[in-house]
Design a protein around this ligand. Sequence first.
Ligand code: HGY
Ligand code: MN
Ligand code: MN
Length: 417
Amino acid sequence: MDLHIDGARLLRRLDELALIAPITGPNGERGNARLALTDEDRAGRDLVVSWMRDLGLDVSVDGIGNVIAVMTGHPGVAPVMTGSHIDTVATGGRFDGNLGVLAGLEVIESVIEAGIKLERPLAVGFFTDEEGARFAPDMLGSLVYAGGLGLEEALDIVSIDGARLGDELEKIGYQGGAPCPGPAPHAFVELHIEQGPVLEIEGFRLGAVTGVQGISWTRVTLSGQSNHAGTTPMQMRRDPAAAMIRMGAALQEIVADVGSPQVGTIGSIELKPNLINVVPARATFTVDVRHTDERTLRDVERRLRVEMERIAAEHGVELSTESLARFEPVVFDERVVSLVERAAIERDLSVMRLPSGAGHDAQMMARLCPTAMIFTPSRGGVSHNPAEHTDDDDLVAGCQVLADVMLALTVNAWMEE
Ligand code: HGY
Ligand code: MN
Ligand code: MN
């Protein structure tokens, strides 16, 4: 089946969704800020759901707010599914997540327009709180969909701004009745921007993603004693900020010692009372460490723990940690990965295999069915930044290959390989 998607329509929808909760980068770049379960997220959801309904798709909302739209006319037949997310970080770009959802919509609209009769329906969805920036962990909606976290436990998660997830979901009107965990699709493939520099540096048009690296998120709280910044001699202080800074240095040293692809990030820091002339009472910060190899990731976590305990003791501060997310590396289904490769080659698009540095909903859907991902290049490897950019022809090429892979997945030929 040779289906041609309408690239102009895809680009138009990306522009239209980008008008919801727009932000401007330091050099005038256009991005978005639609943190999960905010009014901005609701507005984005409402727009995409209206496009799903305009196509006559069967739209369902589940208990955690995941929205799945399926082509009608195939009762009881598991769909070939695609999807991603439309929530963003606070300094989001226009493509992270949005591309995968709108490309899926474009594939389905093109199939309907062409009147192609399929053995299996196609489905496209967006998952709740993929970013995890407001409510941890990330990929929360797809984790619940895949049965990795109970619905009630998820609804009780409290955000960084003190809100309960279930209350926020109800407030935006997206607490649906469809069951969690959700039904397993026949197969799942997600189109996403790479968000890293590899495709651009290596000079490839597309990526056939082989899996997702392991992710470990921890919130660290150090409790000391607030005191006068001028009168308190250094040896009498129990200063959590001083300890935190040394722990940050220890993280950098451990990551440098392990070497690439190990990464480590302290993305958020909070001091109490956070005043210039007060030795802080408390320091709270988050640690994000990732690696493609589980043993290495565990070793980094262990080494960092030892260093943090040693430094806390030297400063006389109390150390407490809370795990916010912990996902082992995921390997995608070789049959689907090679389908992605073949589809790209058949479209004369250069393609390379690579693991994903970022987390994605596909890593959760891989628990339910044969799954893989398609990457498009990110200019300068920049993402989670309004400067995030992918060229139009790469966006369209990614959507075209998504269409080819989804159609191939509807016929069982690929399963026997
Ligand atoms: O954190 C991640 O990798 C993704 O952006 N949620
Ligand atoms: Mn994403
Ligand atoms: Mn992201």
